[in-house]
Design a protein. Structure first.
Length: 148
């Protein structure tokens, strides 16, 4: 348990390589058990961080723990989560969009909200080099969700 807690705190490490390592280990642990889910509120707080890397880590860990969300905590924060489809940083937006099918797989009650937010998204707010990538991500996410 101490190791999990160290990795949780490592998510905010100024050393991005260490923080990324913590993210990957926590995502892996989330596949096998609900031990990481107990830190959900910590991940939810990360969504409001000024650092886009920290926001992204929180977004990804929330999605990785959707299968364990018996308390419906994702339902409570879904509006905050979905606003990151159009995050200030296009990389964070792309990660959010790609994570949404994972949430939809376990949170069927949120599929309509997720799909509506994806359809409403406007990739034209980003530089032209990112617009087609984000548009493609949105289409792929909608397709994946429609197959659930």
């Amino acid at each position: 348990m101490d190791n999990i807690q160290e990795m949780i705190y490592g998510l905010r490490d100024k050393d991005d390589k260490n923080a990324y390592r913590c993210l990957k280990e926590l995502e892996s642990a989330s596949m096998d058990s609900n031990i990481v889910y107990s830190y959900f509120d910590f991940f939810a707080e990360m969504l409001e961080d000024t650092n886009s890397y920290i926001r992204t880590r929180g977004l990804l860990l929330i999605a990785a723990n959707a299968r364990w969300d018996k308390d419906n905590k994702i339902d409570e924060i879904i509006d905050v989560y979905l606003k990151h489809i159009m995050d200030d940083k296009p990389i964070t937006a792309r990660q959010t969009i790609k994570a949404l099918p994972s949430i939809a797989r376990y949170k069927h009650d949120l599929i309509n909200d997720i799909c509506a937010a994806l359809r409403k998204a406007n990739p034209q707010i980003y530089k032209s080099s990112m617009q087609s990538l984000i548009y493609k991500d949105i289409q792929e996410a909608l397709k994946a969700i429609s197959m659930l």
